[in-house]
Design a protein. Sequence first.
Length: 76
Amino acid sequence: ADDTRLLAELSAIASTLKSASLSDIEMRGFTFDQKRQTLHLQLRAANFASFDKLRSALATDYVVQQDALQKEGDAV
């Protein structure tokens, strides 16, 4: 049951990432902490504004905590 729920959550997050306004965000990886029931996403985007949009979009359905962002070349 937990696996099915996790897959459903990942599918919903993937749909959000694919939306037109967030198409420049690339998922680099993720980890799931089963004990704490937390999902950690490693993402890359063109700019800081993209992360703000994503955080707002996900915050409607999830508790979102964003770690420090780092600029790497022409991406964040």
